[in-house]
Design a protein around this ligand. Structure first.
Ligand code: MN
Length: 709
């Protein structure tokens, strides 16, 4: 009997796993004929952060990387990728593209097994079908979404399954597997310790409220806490094996176990698991100045808080859609989950995951994926329970089929419609591939942080900013270099790169020393403050103004490139925000006027650009809402034979500039500051000071300049 049940479970897992993978191939199929999304005969990935892990894996396989290149070599995902690429006979591009497809589909294993543990494998099977493709889980684990998300839900679900299985049967293997799940989950995603500790808390609650024999769950709790310690793998395993052996041979009682639990928690604090929490307390509660140096002026950079928009007021409908695919499925799932938990109290162990998922409602949509599998179990439970109440066998089967179809439908429609592009197109990557042969691995490429990881992956260079390093202080220099005039920007580029390396050297020097050591050097609050100190400025505005002249620059240790893609034209105003501000007071300056229109209508005498902006050709005016502004100059550019042909017509003394980039079918309305910015001059006009820059690579999508000083 059990044997037959196992075959059924096996078949369910096989079907659900295949189902999850096949739906993740829809995206691949949709873009299989779009050449510009391919590189090295494979579709490229569609998540920016993925290139960080890809760079790490590439460097692991190569056996080396450059000091301070910020490569992801130490991340678990990079290591797993390198292993897959080493073992499997597929190209590296194929490996990173399809890793999320397969790994995220593993979610069906713990869900079906958990379903079987609580009720039946059919119950688990239906939940697995829904969870594997539900809206937000799909979005963050689709093919090409190469990020840690591919296992971020799979691992805690395995943990939940083993813990519940252990609570039901007290089988030793479930205890060991629970512990191993935590070790893997922690290695994969160290921030997971909060979720694991919340689970331990629920285990204890369950043990004391619902369980007569508390001993097994108490020993489990001790092992789970020890498994999540921020320790290296080897000492952690030794400790666990020892404690496990102690439990097995001495069978400690409640008092002893509670004492061990308290000790484990103390160890947790001791090795620094809670440091991130303590750090936040220090900053926010005790207002501890973490970096302070009296010789430096305080600079007010753009803060992250200013970029977080709509952090509250997420649309409830969208929130439910992301978790279940549809608001009705969401509501039914809640009913099902409550019913399930009333029948099987052990399901309170899933509350931390559910809670984390619901936190998304106030703290960001990315968390919704945590609620997906738990809610899917709720939905499936409701379906199975209603099904059981029905008499007729055929009706039961028809009901099951229909309801499964209905809960999957909105999610399948979502997958069909979710056509995200790859991060870069092949022409852009082609440029970076060429840059790789020109630039040395120690050279820096200055660009906006959005392009940092892909730049490092395709060109193997260093960058100032990337997906993990883009605070207001870090973004200031790239923003300034791109959106201010080329002379000042060129000086700052050299300064910023050399001071970035200087800071790495200083940190390396300090690393071996204690804070009170006399050789310990003070870490500057920002690179700009450091430069100002060295150049004898107390005011950042006058320092930045001084860059207009040919100042004495630090010794050049490497080359610097400027990466200018066409796609940057869409985010120019955002980039400008970081440097068009008075750092002395933190006040925003009047932002440069930069308006891009691609969807315009030429009506003969006027051209409607959209959003209330139109060009009056007869009178050479720009109408912005009810205001009219004279056109200062009208520029037309056209790319012919890899050269930019420029036509210009000076019209008024003052006013706004109009740039028509014919090859892009785009109009730009720019004030003088935007027009004279390095980005507009170097990208659209190819108008640059030959003493400062040299154009090294160019196609309509991308221009790459080399700094000459
Ligand atoms: Mn490198």
């Amino acid at each position: 009997m059990t044997h037959r049940l196992d075959i059924k479970t096996f078949i369910y897992i096989f079907i659900a796993f295949s189902f999850s993978i096949i739906l993740r191939l829809v995206w691949v199929y949709q873009f299989s004929a779009v050449d510009e999304f391919f590189w090295n005969d494979q579709l490229m990935i569609n998540t920016n952060d993925g290139y960080f892990f890809a760079e790490g894996a590439r460097d692991i396989l190569a056996g080396n990387h450059q000091e301070n290149d910020l490569s992801g070599v130490d991340t678990a995902l990079s290591k797993l990728t390198a292993l897959c690429a080493f073992v499997l006979p597929f190209s590296f591009e194929s490996i990173i593209l399809f890793m999320p497809t397969f790994f995220s589909s593993l979610i069906v294993f713990p869900i079906i097994l958990l379903g079987k543990e609580l009720k039946s494998s059919t119950f688990g099977f239906i939940a697995a079908l829904l969870a594997s493709i539900a809206h937000s889980y799909y979005n963050r684990t689709m093919t090409g979404y190469y990020d840690t998300d591919m296992l971020n839900i799979v691992l805690p679900m395995f943990l939940l399954y083993f813990v519940i299985a252990f609570a039901n049967s007290a089988k030793q293997r479930h205890l060991i597997f629970s512990s191993l799940s935590v070790i893997l989950y922690h290695a994969w995603y160290p921030q997971s310790n909060a979720l694991v500790l919340a689970l331990v808390f629920m285990v204890l609650l369950y043990a004391f409220v619902y369980e007569k024999d508390r001993l097994p769950l108490l020993s489990l709790s001790v092992l789970l806490v020890l498994s999540v310690l921020h320790l290296h793998l080897l000492p952690k395993l030794v400790l666990l094996v020892f404690v496990y052996w102690f439990f097995a041979s001495y069978k400690p009682k409640t008092k002893m176990l509670l004492l061990l639990l308290a000790l484990s928690f103390a160890l947790l604090v001791f090795v620094g698991n809670l440091n991130s929490i303590i750090y936040l307390l220090k900053v926010y509660v005790f207002r501890d100045e973490l970096i302070s140096s009296s010789e430096e002026v305080k600079l007010y950079f753009f803060t992250v808080m200013q970029t977080v928009r709509e952090s509250n007021g997420i649309d409830f409908g969208y929130f439910t859609q992301r978790i279940s695919g549809h608001i009705i499925i969401f509501i039914l799932s809640i009913f099902g989950f409550v019913w399930l938990t009333l029948k099987h109290r052990i399901m309170i162990l899933s509350l931390p995951m559910l809670g984390l998922g619901f936190l998304a409602y106030t703290s960001g949509l990315r968390f919704t994926i945590y609620a997906v599998p738990v809610m899917a179990l709720g939905m499936s439970y409701l379906i199975c329970k209603i099904d059981e109440k029905m008499q007729d066998k055929n009706a039961r089967f028809a009901f099951l089929l229909l309801s499964v179809f209905l809960i999957l439908l909105p999610n399948i429609l979502h997958i069909q419609a979710y056509r995200v592009p790859t991060v870069f197109n092949s022409q852009e990557v082609g440029m970076l591939d060429k840059l790789k042969t020109i630039a040395s691995r120690e050279d820096y490429v200055v660009s906006w942080w959005d392009y940092g990881y892909p730049l490092r992956y395709y060109a193997d260079v260093k960058t100032l900013a990337d997906g993990g390093k883009h605070s207001g202080a870090v973004n200031f220099a790239p923003s300034f270099i791109l959106t201010h005039d080329e002379q000042k920007g060129a000086n700052l580029a050299r300064l910023e790169v050399e001071y970035t390396e200087k800071l790495f050297a200083l940190e390396k020097h300090n690393k071996a020393l204690k804070k009170d050591d006399k050789n310990y050097k003070k870490v500057p609050s920002s690179l700009l403050a450091w430069m100002m100190k060295d150049y004898g400025f107390k005011n950042s505005n006058s320092f930045l103004q001084s860059l207009e002249e040919n100042i004495k620059l630090p010794r050049k240790t490497r080359d610097i490139y400027l990466y200018l893609p066409y796609r940057m034209a869409s985010i120019f105003p955002t980039i400008a925000k970081f440097s068009y501000r008075d750092l002395m007071t933190g006040k925003e300056e009047i932002q440069p006027f930069f308006y891009k229109a691609t969807d315009f209508k030429d009506l003969g005498s006027t051209i409607i650009l959209g959003e209330g902006i139109s060009l009056d050709k007869a009178q050479d005016l720009i109408n912005i809402g009810k205001h009219s502004v004279p056109i200062k100059a009208f520029y037309t550019t056209k790319n012919v034979n890899e050269k930019v042909l420029l036509n210009s017509r000076m019209i008024h003394e003052n006013g706004l500039n109009v740039l028509y980039a014919a090859s892009y079918g785009a109009f730009f309305v720019l004030d003088d500051r935007a027009f004279n910015s390095a980005y507009v001059q170097l990208f659209f006009l190819e108008n640059y000071d030959k003493n400062l820059y040299e154009l090294v690579l160019s196609n309509p999508y991308t221009k790459i300049y080399k700094l000459k000083r």
